[in-house]
Design a protein around this ligand. Structure first.
Ligand code: FEO
Length: 388
């Protein structure tokens, strides 16, 4: 649906509500939006395309927004296919259209569109370079690794809009209204989590601009209370604690380890932990578990032993934490085994490879099922977790 963001900027993006998995791995119960805009001035700029699944709908939105006019520039901020999927289609339809992108993005074009001849139809821009449309002047800022190396963001000083590429994006179609932080956090840590330093660099550039509207490539256009969103991005990209509390991630085969995880949660609550939550890694959304691990101040990993190592859902969880740059947290370990408990050793090894992760003693070892005597060990672990 076409709608006005400002008098000159129109939204022409699309919702995708029947995609099974975003990036072939993230569930999106409320869909996702691929945002795109036109800036209607003496020259017309299109800000990004959308996923190839939605080209027809997007081209119809574009045509409606353009009326009788022809677009001049296609600003490509990000080459990932959820935004660049319709580049060839739009370049074919409008033969005078010029792509404006970083040199790195221009270089990537033939990787995705082998058959299309981009010769003479691209303008590579550098850091802080500007492009005048008439009343609006666009200024481009490179944002490498937020979330790919070719990314740039665009600032329009006339309407004080920052087109922020994937930054400040969230899961959830625009047709579905919901609180921003939950799905923005799940999106951030799973997609950009590894890139805290590049996000910090982008926030520093953004701090020099007078911004009234943030227009990301996914999720709602942010027009109020921008300090709230920028503050959360600052916390997340510094890997700082957002919420004091304990997140217990559990990988249990027959329920014995899960029972211990739930008892630990109860003990922690009794001892006054501000927030405690438990995730069953075999059944709950892995991306949400990753998000909660980054969000909270303490983590407990509780898992069964399996084939001489750790039960695979826990291995998968810790591998995700490792590649997403999990760091600077206190972590407790609970292992379970029926003849040779070894999950604790593997979890310890994986956690030791992460930056400034402090393993809290004692590691609690269960033999098949929790016994009355195990409560004392869980109490000790709870005290150690809650100690400053
Ligand atoms: Fe929404 Fe990195 O693409």
């Amino acid at each position: 649906m076409v709608r006005n963001i400002t008098s000159d900027i129109k939204y022409i993006g699309v919702d995708d509500t029947d995609l099974d998995l975003f990036e072939s791995q993230y569930i999106i119960p409320n869909g996702i939006s691929y945002n795109s805009f036109i800036i209607d001035d003496e020259k017309i700029a299109i800000m990004d395309t959308v996923d190839g699944r939605k080209c027809d709908e997007w081209l119809a939105n574009l045509a409606e927004a353009l009326g009788e006019r022809q677009p001049d520039f296609l600003v490509v901020q990000h080459m990932e296919p959820d935004h660049a999927g319709c580049i060839e289609a739009v370049m074919e339809r409008y033969p005078d259209l010029q792509i404006v992108a970083t040199a790195r993005a221009v270089q990537m074009l033939p990787q995705f569109f082998e058959e299309f001849d981009f010769e003479g139809r691209t303008i590579a821009v550098k850091e802080s370079e500007s492009l005048s449309l008439g009343r609006h002047t666009l200024q481009f800022f490179t944002a490498p690794m937020v979330h790919w190396p070719e990314v740039m963001v665009t600032y329009d000083a006339t309407d004080k809009v920052l087109f922020s590429a994937d930054g400040f994006g969230k899961f959830g179609a625009l047709s579905h209204e919901e609180e921003w932080a939950c799905e923005a956090r799940r999106y951030y840590f799973n997609i950009c989590g590894k890139y805290g330093a590049p996000v910090q660099a982008l926030l520093k550039k953004a701090a020099t601009l007078d911004i009234e509207i943030i227009a990301p490539l996914h999720g709602p256009i942010l027009t109020e209370n921008l300090g709230y969103y920028i503050g959360l991005y600052d916390t997340w990209s510094r890997y700082d604690v957002e919420t004091e509390g304990v997140f217990i991630a559990c990988a249990s085969i027959h329920g014995g380890t899960l029972a211990a995880a739930e008892l630990l949660a109860e003990i922690l609550r009794e001892k006054g932990a501000p927030k405690v939550s438990v995730a069953d890694l075999s059944r709950d959304d892995m991306a949400e578990a990753i998000e909660d691990a980054f969000r909270m101040s303490r983590l407990v990993v509780a898992a069964a032993s399996y084939d001489g190592g750790v039960f695979p859902p826990m291995h998968d969880f810790l591998h995700h934490l490792q590649i997403k740059g999990y760091q600077r947290r206190k972590v407790g370990i609970i292992e379970n085994g029926s003849w040779a408990p070894c999950a604790g050793r593997v979890m310890h090894e994986m956690l030791s490879q992460m930056k400034q992760v402090e393993i809290v003693e004692p590691t609690v070892t269960l033999w098949s099922r929790m016994k009355r005597a195990d409560r004392a060990a869980l109490e000790t672990l709870a005290d150690a977790l809650l100690a400053e």
